[in-house]
Design a protein around this ligand. Structure first.
Ligand code: PMP
Length: 450
């Protein structure tokens, strides 16, 4: 196996920026990149997956003697050197606990953490940094909402609407709350394409609907939910809206003010940031109404043995020492994505996804699951005569990493009458050549099964 030694000196920002050679137009990279706005960042004519791949050390290795193909991006994304570097640099130069001490490193670490919060705010276009709460990821974020908003405002007979497309992270916490509060949990059905049935959603909504919580992008078929329409419909019933952005954050621009959702949650590791860091966006006036979730340091204003006065948001929801280095890494990842531009990323990934669907659908004995109207970066299929898990293992022998299983979306898969599927999921560092290699590998696997 080819070894890859990470030399931190090689991972400084300049080297990375300079890899975007096509952006050079007499203007220094950083200046040009900084001038780009969210929507018009690098356009697809200068978008270069080959250049981008150089930023990701992990991609340059062999697995079972074959070049690694990372098609498990919906499970987690790989980390560019800028992110690895930012985390390493934080520990090498700035590490301290935050918000508490008067010394220099505490000041630097606190600044770095709060700067990352503002980077998140800017990335999803929230109105204020106080609307961003750092959490471990989407799962913890949804649990936070359930345990604060849900416990305070949902009672017996109230209704919670989710979708059949949802990840278990958006099912189980609401189900637990519904059981505890004797509320009703209702799931919007999906059609044979894997699309949300809006008429059915309309019928589920009513005066008892307290909250509508659903995934922006589904992790099994890649369905993009008609999120704005769904939020508007919920609003008509004064229901609160929670958007699970775990699968959308890396693929499509998000503007929480335009969406007008009450909460938006995502995981850093799905967008090239470290594990164990994510964010909850909540409308400021709503966060201010919510009780704390976990108790401990940082979330208080004053403590006596008898009573506690709680801090204001977001500190109220960030008990204990946070993942400061993770937040720094998340900030670096969002800056990196922004420099490339989600517009260009989305266009390229769409091309890859459609190419994969076309090539896969031509394979005899391969059945694609779902055919959503609008879809992003994920394809699911099953193979005649090859058990799904075995297929995943055989493809690993070819150096191809993808997910084979239930993807924590059992209700969605069962709607299609299956318990598991094979799921390649794509990122801006993948290529059509890699998809060609996947097709060859699948043909090999199916030939072996005959
Ligand atoms: N929601 C969706 C749609 C997901 O794809 C995932 C991750 N697979 C999650 C929630 C949970 O994210 P995490 O494990 O990072 O908390």
């Amino acid at each position: 196996m080819e070894s890859f030694n990470i030399d931190l000196d090689d991972i400084n920002l300049d080297v990375v920026y300079k890899s975007f050679s096509s952006l050079q137009s007499g203007i220094p990279y950083s200046e040009e990149l900084q001038r780009m706005s969210f929507d018009d960042a690098v356009t697809s004519d200068v978008f270069s997956p080959e250049q981008i791949r150089r930023d990701f050390p992990i991609l340059h290795q062999r697995i079972n003697g074959k070049p690694l193909i990372w098609f498990d991006n919906a499970a987690t994304t790989q980390k560019p050197k800028v992110v690895i570097d930012a985390v390493a640099r934080f520990y090498a130069t700035d590490n301290s606990n935050i918000h508490r001490a008067a010394h220099t490193l505490a000041g630097r670490a606190t600044d770095a953490y709060e700067k990352a919060r503002d980077t998140v705010r800017n990335f999803i276009h929230a109105a204020a940094p106080e609307e961003i709460v750092f959490v471990r990821g989407t799962t913890e974020g949804i649990n936070l909402i359930v345990q604060t908003y849900g416990r305070k405002y949902i009672g017996e007979g109230d209704e919670i609407i989710i979708s059949t497309l949802d990840h278990h992270a958006n099912i189980v916490p609401w189900q637990q709350l519904a059981k505890e509060k004797k509320a009703r949990l209702l799931a919007i059905p999906i059609d044979d394409n894997g699309d949300i049935i809006l008429e059915a959603y309309e019928r589920l909504l009513g005066p008892k609907t307290k909250v509508v919580s659903f995934g922006h992008v589904n992790n099994t078929f890649g369905t993009v939910a008609p999120v704005r329409t769904m939020i508007e419909m919920a609003r008509r019933y004064n229901a609160r809206t929670v958007i699970d952005g775990a699968q959308s954050i890396a693929h499509t621009p998000v503007d929480v003010q335009k969406l007008d959702c009450d909460f938006f949650v995502f995981s850093g590791h799905k967008i090239y940031a470290p594990n164990g860091i994510g964010a909850v966006y909540g409308k400021r006036e709503l966060l201010e109404l919510l009780p704390p979730w976990q108790g401990g340091g940082n979330m208080i204003k004053d403590v006596t043995i008898e009573e506690t006065q709680f801090n204001v948001p977001p500190a109220r929801f960030e008990a204990g020492t946070p993942n400061v280095a993770g937040a720094v890494g998340l900030g670096a990842a969002l800056d990196y994505v922004k420099r490339i531009g989600l517009g260009a990323i989305g266009t390229y990934e769409h091309e890859l996804t459609e190419y994969a669907r076309t090539r896969l659908s031509a394979i005899k004995g391969l059945h694609l699951l779902g055919n959503p109207r609008e879809r992003v970066s994920v394809v699911s299929f099953i193979l005649d005569g090859v058990p799904t898990i075995e297929a995943g293992q055989l493809l690993d022998k070819e150096g191809i990493a993808l997910r084979a299983g239930h993807h924590c979306a059992q209700p969605a898969l069962r709607r299609f009458g299956v318990e598991a599927s094979i799921r390649p999921s794509f990122s801006f560092y993948n290529t059509k050549e890699e998809i060609d290699r996947l097709i060859e590998a699948i043909l090999k696997v199916t030939r072996q099964a005959l």
